[in-house]
Design a protein around this ligand. Sequence first.
Ligand SMILES: [Zn+2]
Ligand SMILES: [Zn+2]
Length: 354
Amino acid sequence: MYHHALTVSVDDGVIAMSNMRAVQVSRRGGPLELVERPIPQPAAGEVRVKVEACGVCHSDVFAKEGAFPGSVFPRVPGHEIIGVVDALAPDVIGFQKGDRVGIGWNGGYCGACDPCRRGHTFGCATTGRITGINRDGGYAEYVCALASSLARVPTELASLDAAPLMCAGLTTFNALRNSGASPGDLVAILGLGGLGHLGVQYAAQMGFRTVAIARGGDKAPLAKQLGAHVYLDSEASDVATELQKLGGARVIVATVTNGEAMTAVMGGLGLAGKFMILGAPESLTIHPAMLIGGRQTIVAWYSGTSIDSQDALAFSALSGVRSMNEVFPLARAAEAYDRMLSGKARFRVVLKVS
Ligand SMILES: [Zn+2]
Ligand SMILES: [Zn+2]
């Protein structure tokens, strides 16, 4: 299913407009199709990035299924993008051709609306700018992005390594660094999947006494390898009780989307502990009396903005935190997406674009 090229007429004849390969969803819920599209031109405030790598994230389901209000098709998914700036609108400052940059879920912000002026740029009110959702993303050889959405990529990080850090890495890194935990505090990561395997590494590298929680004894060696000081198998023990034996968690970061698993571990919070929700279950049961008695908090955490991504990349380069990836070429994006959806990938799926 390779759809063919647009041509444009110019005065002195017909020339092929410069095209690129992209993988798009042509209609709501439709398949991922490899197509040829014109290379986009940067609009005001934008740069064009020649994509090198793009992660395949579970949130790409929202793009494919058109789950967000006002979804427009065709749409190119992908919000874990690493590439090189190859063109800029004249008004862009701070970036230059040749800069290697990352683009994440947050597609930029205006800096002028009330949320932006209060420092909540993640909630910019001007437009819902979500990369790969309501503007085209990185399953393509080129993508245009607002300069405010760009993170600088350290030279030590290869593009394929850096891509998943733009979402899975950012989400766990930014939650942990804003958790209020101090070095030596007991911090538990619930789940050892795409997010969790990064969360455990970050927690250990940030100096927390790190507990990894997952199902099955077979994951113990992996947890230790990632830096966990303690591994709790939720099938073999009551994890809340076990956390209390360790003194109670200062912070529990839930990377799973299973509400029952989240409720089961909440009892492991220590006094003034904080439960951080990164994945969205359909519903969640909490026990308010326990929260009141322990003066505990439940918070949800939004991944972050471009400067948070830049910090996540820099910390990963500094500390050696890396995602474990399965790599597919761009042309096999549909297969890569299915692999991600299967839940069997260890642990992130990444497209090698160029
Ligand atoms: Zn994502
Ligand atoms: Zn704004």
